[in-house]
Design a protein around this ligand. Structure first.
Ligand SMILES: [Mg+2]
Length: 175
């Protein structure tokens, strides 16, 4: 059985969707979804935003980015070993919320295959589905780029736009 590692934020979970709402509510800042990067905010605000996303529950109620992810991952898990690989070290306060979020939305996945990491070069699966180009660059298997506004220029990786396309890419399993 081949193995697939799946990123969380902006592949499974709509982090930017919640960030946009909380920037408006807590800081009265309106940012277009297209280019919402914390590092592009003013330094003092970026610091406070970073503290906000480190709050223990911040990641607990994120919406599914694409509701089809649930059915597709379930089906894929019958043909592939599915790992979840999240660069949670970027936001150490998020660990428990991310873990509980995965159990709630993907109860069929094996928590022994949840990887809370920093650099994903240590993830030795056959495939990695991620929206972060840097992670795909250091990954040593085949990287699949989940399309997001901040990676639209990238051409080195196979690109997918939603979970229906991921299904088409991986199923049926080729002999
Ligand atoms: Mg991501």
């Amino acid at each position: 059985m081949k193995s697939i590692a799946v990123d969380m934020d902006m592949v499974l979970a709509d982090f930017v969707g919640k960030l946009r709402v909380s920037l408006k509510e807590r800081f009265n800042i309106t940012v277009a979804t297209d280019n919402l990067q914390i590092r592009n905010l003013q330094p003092e605000i970026a610091k406070e935003v970073f503290m906000m996303i480190n709050e223990p529950d911040y990641f607990r109620d994120l919406k599914l980015l694409d509701p089809n992810a649930v059915a597709v991952l379930k089906e894929l898990s019958e043909h592939y070993e599915i790992y979840i690989a999240t660069a949670a070290m970027d936001v150490p306060g998020s660990f428990k919320a991310k873990y509980e979020w995965l159990l709630e939305h993907f109860p069929f996945l094996d928590p022994q295959r949840f990887i809370f990491c920093g650099n994903k070069k240590v993830v030795k699966t056959d495939f990695l589905i991620d929206d972060n180009v840097r992670q795909l660059e250091s990954f040593t298997g085949e990287g699949i780029l989940y399309s997001q506004p901040n990676n639209i220029q990238e051409t080195r990786f196979k690109r997918v736009h939603n979970w229906k396309e991921i299904r088409e890419l991986f199923l049926p399993v080729k002999a």
